[in-house]
Design a protein around this ligand. Structure first.
Ligand code: BV8
Ligand code: ZN
Length: 238
């Protein structure tokens, strides 16, 4: 009996248990006077690259010591166990690969990769704090930027279509720790529902996807997801 095909969409909530503030929480404290959705844009970078880099450098300083939590570990175990499995993440914190997840699609990029705004220079960089800000390209002296997708920027088409395929083929979609308001990511789990698959949501609050979910497990995903995985393995004789 072949095992169900699973596609997963994660958002900032899956990393909350690791101490990474979610996108809305990033608006607390120092940054409460700025709206992260206004800072994570090409326009903001254009008009004040130093301010936008201070925002990312601040988040990098918080993230650099964060470790994967039990939800990340379970997703890595699913990847190692299930023949048909795809993890699609909106997160840029690098915690999924750190937990050992392999088959992963990064919809919104990676905060630990920095690329040039002009030439092909691109580099993994985990230096915190970054100095000087804004960093300049060692090849052509142009501004470097975080290799993330900003609001108003298009996602990488090959990544987005592979993610769409995964959800369109999945028997089960797991949606974990996302407010499901950012598009096109929030659309993906609906492809599973559309062809009769099941949609399980793991969140501390209800979201616009909750009405379409087969079930919503309210609570921290570092607790609810390991429970679900245990039940699933028993059910499948894994
Ligand atoms: C695009 C990287 C085509 C950067 C991110 C007008 C003009 C232009 C575009 C638009 C427009 N109107 C709408 C759009 C489209 C726009 C969009 O969707 N806007 C929304 C806000 C309405 N989308 C785009 O622009 C995308 N590109 O559409 O291109 C295009 C091109 C040109 C013009 C038009 C269209 C690009 C979107 C990608 C943006 N980049 N991240 C960075 O991180 O700095 S998105 C960013 O915000 C995060 O990646 C995340 O995905 C998203 C939401 O952040 P959060 O809310 O913090 O996180 P999350 O959603 O995951 O919410 C946390 C959840 O966890 C909550 O539900 C909470 O309850 C839960 N939770 C908390 N703790 C736990 C928990 N759950 C479980 N356990 C816990 N312990
Ligand atoms: Zn350059």
């Amino acid at each position: 009996m072949n095992l169900p095909r699973i596609a997963v969409l994660t958002g900032a909530g899956v990393s909350a248990g690791s101490g990474v503030p979610t996108f809305r929480e990033a608006a607390v404290g120092l940054w409460s006077q700025y709206d992260p959705q206004k800072l994570a844009t090409p326009e903001a970078f254009q008009s004040d690259p130093k301010l936008v880099w201070e925002f990312y450098d601040w988040r990098r300083q918080i993230m650099v010591d964060c470790q994967p939590n039990h939800a990340h570990d379970v997703l890595a175990a699913m990847d190692a166990t299930l023949p048909e499995f795809t993890l699609v993440t909106q997160n840029i914190d690098g915690l999924h690969p750190l937990a050992g997840s392999k088959r992963t699609l990064f919809l919104h990029g990676d905060i630990w990769t920095i690329r040039c705004t002009r030439c092909h220079y691109r580099q993994q960089n985990r230096q915190v704090p970054l100095q000087p800000l804004p960093p300049l390209c060692p090849e052509c002296a142009s501004l470097l930027r975080p290799d993330v997708v900003w609001f108003g920027e298009s996602l990488d088409w090959t990544i987005l279509s592979a993610a769409g395929e995964a959800f369109a083929q999945a028997d089960i979609a797991l949606v974990i720790g996302t407010s499901a308001v950012v598009y096109p990511a929030a659309q993906l789990p609906l492809y599973t529902r559309k062809h009769g698959g099941r949609l399980y949501e793991f969140n501390t609050e209800r979201t616009p996807l909750s009405d379409m979910a087969t079930a919503t497990f309210l609570g921290p995903s570092e607790d609810t997801l390991p429970n679900w995985w245990q039940d699933f393995r028993q059910e499948q004789g894994l």
